[in-house]
Design a protein around this ligand. Structure first.
Ligand code: ZN
Ligand code: FE
Length: 264
């Protein structure tokens, strides 16, 4: 008998490579994986929890996000969702802005957001009922992805799309880059008290071997410099350090991104 309540779902961060998180959502029977860059750790979790894979979701074409697809498909023939504008082997459903992905086994629905910048076809998946955002390498905890293919204007617009989601939205990004990102954020905005407190909290988590992800849209808006390029203190900092020559939002965003590229 259905109670009408959403099924209790568990989101697991499956670590892979140096700093990737492969996301696995399950209800103790069925599972969905997002960005399985490597098949082995996913297959190990499926086996140990005795889960049946229902679908694979991909955000963009980079190997650390899609590298495990072929091997997973050998074990279980499931639908593979990916961006319409990127050629990725194994994708059976190509998605664009506002498309909907349904995983009936989990009673789970995702809305697709196009977020070009890191790559040109990059998409993100929002589960509105759960308030979950899986955003690949677009928005990171405390930072954003490198601009490998897109322009600063594209990435800024993509991040604005994500900022428009409810503050309580949980942000599941694909890498554990948080402490390095927040060190940069502190150089950009040393007086931000929320940022200082966040840095201490995230440092403690890392010391205990815990993930700093997911964060929330609200926390990112308060502490992530790439969502704060119009904050007066940040604009002043960019101007006085000689990094901003044209006072427009896109120029400020581009200056932040370039600064971060060479920040150690
Ligand atoms: Zn990537
Ligand atoms: Fe990546």
């Amino acid at each position: 008998m259905s109670t009408g309540l959403p099924k209790p779902l568990i989101v697991l961060a499956v670590p892979a490579f140096n700093d990737n998180y492969l996301w696995l959502i399950h209800d103790t029977h069925s599972a969905v994986v997002i960005d399985p860059g490597d098949a082995a750790p996913i297959l190990a979790v499926l086996k140990s929890l005795r889960l049946k894979l229902s679908a694979i979701l991909l955000t963009h074409h980079h190997g650390d996000h899609v590298g495990g697809v072929a091997q997973l498909l050998q074990h279980c023939a499931v639908p593979v969702y990916g961006p319409a504008n990127e050629a990725i082997a194994g994708v059976s459903h190509r998605l664009s802005q506002d498309d909907c992905v349904t995983v009936p086994e989990l009673g789970l629905q995702f809305l697709v957001l196009e977020v070009p910048g890191h790559t040109l076809g990059h998409i993100a998946y929002m589960a509105p009922e759960q308030g979950w955002l899986f955003c690949g390498d677009t928005l990171f905890a405390g930072g954003c992805g490198r601009l490998f293919e897109g322009t600063p204007a594209q990435m800024r617009a993509s991040l604005a799309k994500l900022m428009a989601l409810p503050d309580s939205t949980q942000v599941f990004c694909a890498h554990e880059y948080t402490l390095a990102n927040l060190r940069f954020a502190l150089a950009v905005e040393p007086e931000n008290v929320d940022l200082m407190l966040r840095f201490e909290r995230e440092q403690e988590k890392r010391e205990q071997g815990l993930a700093t992800v997911p964060s929330t849209i609200g926390l990112e808006k308060a502490t992530n410099p790439f969502l704060r390029d119009q904050t007066p203190a940040i604009v002043r900092q960019l101007i006085t350090s000689g990094r901003l020559h044209e006072n427009t939002p896109v120029a400020a965003f581009a200056a932040l991104r370039e600064w971060k590229n060479t920040f150690h």
